[in-house]
Design a protein around this ligand. Structure first.
Ligand SMILES: C[S@@+](CC[C@H](N)C(=O)[O-])C[C@H]1O[C@@H](n2cnc3c(N)ncnc32)[C@H](O)[C@@H]1O
Length: 215
């Protein structure tokens, strides 16, 4: 696992707001554990990459990954692009992942993105991800479960504050799915799905799905 200190050192010269965001994110979200599930090499398409923090973690974890991030929010993409000069094989572009073209990939990641997107559009994105993956490729999906209920309620409250009140992320409604619902959807698309609960030690119902496209 990448040491937390290495990440904080990497962002040492970044604006205070970025450093604060990273400290909070690393405390409340198992991003470092998620990174360990990614293959060490291959082309990663990071859908809904935001300000590029997770995409850059992927490069810190293994320079043999080529990472392409796409996000809808021009301000976040502008911030993310500042990271391009610090790694070879890291690039970002602005786009709506429900519509823009995906390059062929070995790995597709969706980290805390789908809950902001209406259910029917989620399905469209997952089908497009399946089509973009090479046979044997993986979709790595991190979202929030609807159980345990107390963690779900806390997450709902916190997301309401950050999305609807602070305006931290684009969106106005939430579209959470239960673990069983995700498995049904992903298997229906053709993936072999392995759910990995990642909520132990966190207040949030983090859930991760490793989804393999058959060879
Ligand atoms: C909670 S943030 C997660 C960012 C990043 N994946 C991370 O873990 O740090 C959700 C991101 O999804 C992006 N997003 C939401 N809907 C999108 C869409 N239709 N196309 C592209 N990006 C989208 C938002 O702009 C936001 O940056």
């Amino acid at each position: 696992m990448i040491p937390k200190k290495d990440i904080l050192d990497f962002y040492k010269k970044s604006p205070f707001s970025t450093k604060l965001y990273i400290k909070i994110k690393l405390r409340i979200c198992p991003l470092l554990a998620v990174e360990t599930h990614f293959p060490a090499r291959g082309t990663v398409l990071d859908l809904g990459c935001g300000n590029g923090v997770f995409s850059s973690l992927l490069k810190m974890g293994s320079p043999e990954r080529t990472v392409v991030g796409i996000d809808l929010d021009p301000n976040k993409v502008r911030q993310a692009r500042l990271l391009e000069a610090r790694f070879e094989g890291l690039s970002f572009r602005e786009g709506n992942i429900a519509e823009s073209e995906y390059p062929a990939a070995d790995i597709v990641s969706l980290i805390d993105v789908l809950y902001l997107i209406p259910y029917e559009v989620q399905e469209r994105i997952l089908r497009r991800a399946f089509a973009a993956l090479r046979p044997g490729g993986v979709l790595l999906l991190k979202d929030m479960d609807t159980r345990p209920r107390r963690k779900y309620a806390w997450n709902y409250f916190q997301e309401t504050v950050s999305v609807k009140i602070v305006g931290f992320t684009l969106g106005s409604k939430f579209y959470f799915r239960s673990r069983e619902d995700y498995i049904r959807l992903l298997e229906g698309i053709g993936f072999k799905v392995e759910p990995v609960p990642l909520d132990r030690g966190y207040w949030y119902p983090h859930i991760f799905f490793r989804c393999k496209k058959p060879e």
